[in-house]
Ligand binder design. Structure first.
Ligand SMILES: CC(C)(COP(=O)(O)OP(=O)(O)OC[C@H]1O[C@@H](n2cnc3c(N)ncnc32)[C@H](O)[C@@H]1OP(=O)(O)O)[C@@H](O)C(=O)NCCC(=O)NCCS
Length: 202
C-alpha cells in the first residue's frame, strides 16, 4: 500500500536514486555525467540537508519511489548553500575535470545557486522539485504531493512558490498547468518558469 509521508533521513539514498532516474527532463539520467551523484548533489541533497521538514515522499512499502522537496525562502537557502554546501560540492565535482560542455553547464548550476532564483522571488519566495519513478506516474501521486507541500507553505505564511522546468519536459509542463501553476513574467519558451500563490486557501 503506497503512502505519502514526511521525509526521514534514511530515505536519502532512495531520493538520490529517483532524482537520477528522472533527471534528464523527466527521463533516466543514469550514466549521463561522470558521477551519478552530480544531479542529486544539486537538486536533492542540499534541500534535504537545509529543510528536511519540507520534504515529503511516496513510500511503496518497500522503498521511496517519489518525492517533493522545497525551501521556503530561496534567497536564504542560497546563502546557506554558499557556506555549507558549496565547499563539499566543489571538491566532489571539480569543474576542471568535466569532460564536456553539458557537464560543465550542470556543474555551473551547482556552483551558483542564485542562478536559478527568479526576479519574482519576493512574491514567490519558495521553490520546489518533484519527481516520481515511472511506475508511480499518472496515478495522482504528483497532485497529492503538490497539495501537501502547498498546504505546508500556506501554514507557514509563505505567499508563493516557483519552479523551473526543462523546456524539453512537455509532460511536466502539462502537469503543472493542470494544477494551476502559471508562467511568470520572466518565463520564456526556452526556460519556462512557473509559479502559484500559497497565500490563499489551498
Ligand atoms: C511530472 C510528475 C511529477 C507528475 O506527477 P503524476 O503523479 O504523474 O501526475 P498526476 O497523476 O498527479 O496528475 C495530476 C493531473 O495532471 C495531469 N497530468 C499529469 N501528467 C500529464 C501529462 N503528461 N499531460 C497532460 N496532463 C497531465 C493529470 O491528468 C492529472 O489531472 P486530473 O487530476 O485533473 O485528472 C511525474 O510524472 C514525474 O515525476 N515525472 C518525471 C519527473 C519530472 O518530470 N519531474 C518534474 C521536473 S520539473
Amino acid at each position: 500500500m503506497h503512502s505519502i509521508r514526511p521525509y526521514r533521513p534514511t530515505d536519502r539514498d532512495d531520493v538520490y536514486d529517483v532524482c537520477v532516474r528522472t533527471g534528464a527532463a523527466g527521463a533516466d539520467a543514469t550514466g549521463l555525467y561522470s558521477d551519478d551523484a552530480l544531479l542529486p548533489d544539486i537538486f536533492a541533497g542540499p534541500y534535504l540537508a537545509y529543510q528536511p521538514d519540507l520534504a515529503f515522499v511516496v513510500d511503496t512499502g518497500e522503498r521511496v519511489a517519489g518525492y517533493i522537496i522545497a525551501v521556503e525562502n530561496s534567497r536564504a537557502f542560497a546563502r546557506w548553500y554558499d557556506d555549507n554546501w558549496l565547499p563539499r560540492f566543489r571538491t566532489a565535482h571539480p569543474l576542471d575535470s568535466a569532460p564536456n560542455a553539458d557537464e560543465r553547464q550542470v556543474i555551473g548550476w551547482g556552483l551558483d545557486p542564485r542562478s536559478s532564483i527568479v526576479p519574482e522571488v519576493d512574491r514567490f519566495p519558495a521553490h520546489l522539485h518533484i519527481d516520481l519513478l515511472p511506475e508511480l506516474q499518472r496515478q495522482g501521486f504528483g497532485r497529492r504531493l503538490i497539495d501537501r507541500l502547498l498546504a505546508a507553505l500556506h501554514e507557514r505564511g509563505v505567499p508563493g512558490v516557483f519552479l523551473r522546468v526543462s523546456s524539453a519536459n512537455a509532460s511536466a509542463l502539462a502537469f503543472y498547468r493542470r494544477l494551476g501553476f502559471r508562467e511568470l513574467p520572466s518565463s520564456s519558451p526556452g526556460s519556462p518558469v512557473l509559479g502559484i500563490a500559497t497565500d490563499t486557501e489551498v
